[in-house]
Design a protein around this ligand. Structure first.
Ligand SMILES: [Zn+2]
Length: 726
């Protein structure tokens, strides 16, 4: 909340609280005219919202309802999968009161508003079981990257910089507008400042399960995990009993939390009687590293922690085996299947066919806009039907009706809301969409089998075919226009923010250091070193030099070094070195050490005997793969050098020096080489040490005419830039 002044916030909350819709004691919704901030959404409403009986002009006694959707093909998605040609749905307040043939309901009810749907399809609103709504603001920010580069290189840095309460509110408004427009009436969310997500969704008139992210790392809304738990508890308390919003804890994933955090989150969920959300086995790597650490598969591990005892909505579940699927079925874990996101990030294809066969409730999700890049449930629906056909080599896997079920009733079951939504049945909430049946791409159509209507909807209908949307009885989209979100203002502000993020990236991409800071736990060591390197004509001279009476050996190690230099022609003189050191330990084992060093620009000064003063700006432990850094930094040029190094720490005339005897193996060059270096702190000290390095080189057998550039990379590149030593 630190981004809003207390006063503004206070006013905002007070204004909003007047729109806060809760159930009355008798479970009735307040009068529709007071429902929400945008009264114009109730236009064209005639008559009262009561449930009385009136006598019409034809002298018939009819029960009063608020709304009759009549004349379309009603796809109920009830247990019998009933489809009613020329059907109708009667709605009173927030509830569906009847679903039957149009003629029958017209006979039985008198409606405040009659919406004619001839030729259209009337079905339950779509349920998006996994999303990160505010990420709609990051749509298209970084595409065609591997998950780790995408997440750690782009998404997390931008989230650290830009995610504020306003970001979450605005992004959710944009997401809700897109989802509503495309027929989604309920979504499950997981993000930061989820309080704002909830407000925004409620104002847009959407139903949502809002999950506050809990992670072991600092997040945009919590500096520590204690804070994250506290925020979550307050958030869950604040929204208890709300008509549209369920506030829940969302521990991000097994790898982003700890067993203690999961327990704390579990306790909040249990006490409030709400489910938890979590990402499970999205990537193979994630599943395999847990197995190598704990010897347990992720779902088994969650069972071990007691997490499955309480309702859980697990996103992805791409890499789960049969044992895990059986566990999910046994504990009633709901799965959110995210076809586009799994394809785009190359995570894999979830074993949906097996999950469905074994009785797991699987819903469909869009995931966040940064990995999709839209919130189009029609697209997901179609992929959810197509992907299993490829995965199982069977065109009969997941037929259209089953795919639609995943987007409606099965999705509702997966998130524990099938008693309220997911099908068109009396007593359920009126979350209804009307999809036009006369679009060019849907014509002609057949009714050869009862399944035809599902094929039509799943394989040909588009999000843009959605005509009307009702959530909780409220008309939120009419004739394709979203009535609950100020689109012009939302889009303007979203573009402003996108422009700010663009300049942040333009700046960062130009500076290798900034890119490094964004991903590495850096020890900023601005070390100054004096050093010199020369070709060695006689190794024997070097060995004898080490026995010189004034040279005292302190330590010695032997190692193979694999260096990869990234060169950035257009981006300044820095170069980045990824080094893998294979150190031979006294017990004969090999200990690998990985580090990154950003060097440059160039040498600071040069003294006698080609001794240069250089500085190494940053070193960091390289905790990711070389492949990650290569894809993230995208260097213009790479140089690889493999060498064997005998490293000696010596004292000479009371000062410490490092002496390296290097044998370069790749690329092949004549050697060996000797290198002498020492840390330094001042110009004076550097000059003194430069003189001593000259003496040492002579003792160790390197001739002045054999001196070389300080950096091996310079021996093997065309580049005329000079950089600091290896
Ligand atoms: Zn996700």
């Amino acid at each position: 909340m630190d981004h809003l002044s207390g006063l503004v916030l206070d006013i905002l909350l007070r204004v909003r609280s007047s729109y806060y819709i809760t159930e009355d004691a008798d479970g009735q919704l307040p009068d529709m005219e007071c429902f929400g901030p945008l009264r114009h959404s109730c236009y064209n409403r005639l008559g009262s919202a009561g449930g009385g009986v009136s006598m019409d002009s034809d002298g018939q006694h009819r029960q009063e309802v608020d709304l009759l959707l009549v004349g379309g093909t009603v796809i109920t998605m009830d247990a019998r999968r009933a489809v009613i040609e020329s059907g109708a749905v009667a709605v009173r307040g927030r509830e569906i009161v009847a679903v039957a043939e149009a003629a029958e309901l017209m006979e039985q009810y008198s409606a405040g508003e009659i919406v004619h749907c001839e030729g259209d399809l009337i079905l339950p609103g779509l349920v998006n079981t996994h999303s990160h709504a505010p990420m709609s603001l990051l749509r298209g920010l970084a595409d065609d990257l591997r998950l780790d580069v995408w997440l750690h290189g782009y998404i997390l840095p931008v989230e650290r910089q830009h995610v504020t309460p306003e970001f979450s509110f605005l992004g959710t408004s944009l997401a809700c507008a897109e989802m509503l427009r495309g027929g989604t009436t309920c979504f499950v969310d997981m993000y930061y400042f989820e309080e704002e997500v909830a407000w925004s969704a409620a104002e847009a008139g959407m139903r949502a399960i809002c999950g506050e992210t809990i992670a072991k790392y600092p997040t945009p809304d919590a500096a520590s995990y204690d804070e994250s738990i506290r925020y979550c508890q307050d958030f869950v308390d604040h929204w208890r009993g709300h008509e549209l919003i369920r506030a829940v804890p969302a521990p991000h994933s097994i790898y982003m939390t700890t067993p203690e955090l999961l327990q704390a989150s579990h306790a909040i969920a249990e006490e409030a009687g709400v489910p938890q959300l979590i990402h499970v086995s999205e990537t193979l790597d994630e599943a395999e590293s847990l197995v190598s650490e704990t010897a347990l598969r992720p779902v088994r591990w969650l069972e071990e922690q007691g997490i499955l005892e309480h309702p859980l909505i697990a996103a992805h579940c791409v890499h789960v085996n049969t044992e895990e699927i059986l566990l999910m079925a046994r504990y009633g874990v709901g799965v959110a299947h995210n076809p586009t996101s799994n394809l785009k990030l190359s995570s894999g294809i979830a074993p949906v066919t097996e999950m469905l066969r074994r009785g797991v409730h699987v819903g469909i999700g869009t995931d966040g806009c940064a990995s999709n890049n839209d919130l189009d449930m029609f697209e997901e629906l179609r992929l959810a039907a197509l992907l299993p056909k490829v995965a199982t080599n069977s065109p009969v896997a997941v037929p259209a009706a089953d795919a639609l079920a995943m987007a409606t009733i099965e999705g509702a079951k997966a998130i524990g809301m099938d008693h309220l939504i997911g099908s068109l049945e009396p007593g359920k909430r009126a979350d209804i969409i009307v999809v036009r049946g006369d679009a060019l791409h849907t014509r002609p159509f057949f009714a050869t089998t009862p399944r035809s209507v599902y094929s039509r909807l799943v394989y040909t209908s588009k999000a843009r075919d959605v005509r009307h949307v009702y959530v909780n009885g409220r008309n939120v989209v009419r004739d394709g226009h979203v009535m609950t979100v100020d689109l012009e203002r939302t889009l303007d502000r979203a573009q402003d923010l996108a422009n700010e993020i663009t300049s942040f990236f333009v700046q960062r991409e130009a500076a290798i250091l900034d890119k490094l800071v964004d991903i590495a736990p850096l020890e900023q060591r601005e070390t100054f070193e004096v050093q010199a390197k020369g070709a060695l004509r006689d190794e024997e001279l070097f060995r004898r030099g080490l026995d010189h009476p004034e040279v005292h050996q302190v330590a010695h190690t032997s190692r193979d070094q694999y260096d990869t230099y990234f060169l950035f022609d257009g981006r300044g003189p820095q170069r980045l070195r990824y080094r893998e050191d294979q150190v031979l330990m006294p017990d004969g084992t090999i200990q690998p050490i990985y580090n990154l060093t950003l060097t440059g620009p160039a040498k600071e000064a040069e003294y006698e005997h080609s001794v240069v003063l250089s500085r190494s700006r940053y070193t960091a432990t390289a905790d990711r793969s070389l492949r990650f850094y290569r894809e993230y930094f995208a260097p213009e040029q790479e140089v690889e050098i493999v060498k064997h190094r005998e490293r000696y720490h010596i004292r000479y005339k009371g000062l410490d020096f490092a002496v390296n005897l290097d044998c370069v193996k790749e690329p092949k060059v004549a050697g060996p080489f000797v290198e002498v270096k020492s840390r330094t702190w001042s110009q004076q000290d550097a000059i003194r040490k430069a003189g001593l390095i000259g003496e040492l080189l002579a003792i160790l057998g390197a001739q002045p005419e054999d001196m070389l550039p300080a950096d091996y990379a310079d021996l093997f590149t065309e580049s005329d830039q000079e950089a600091s030593p290896s």
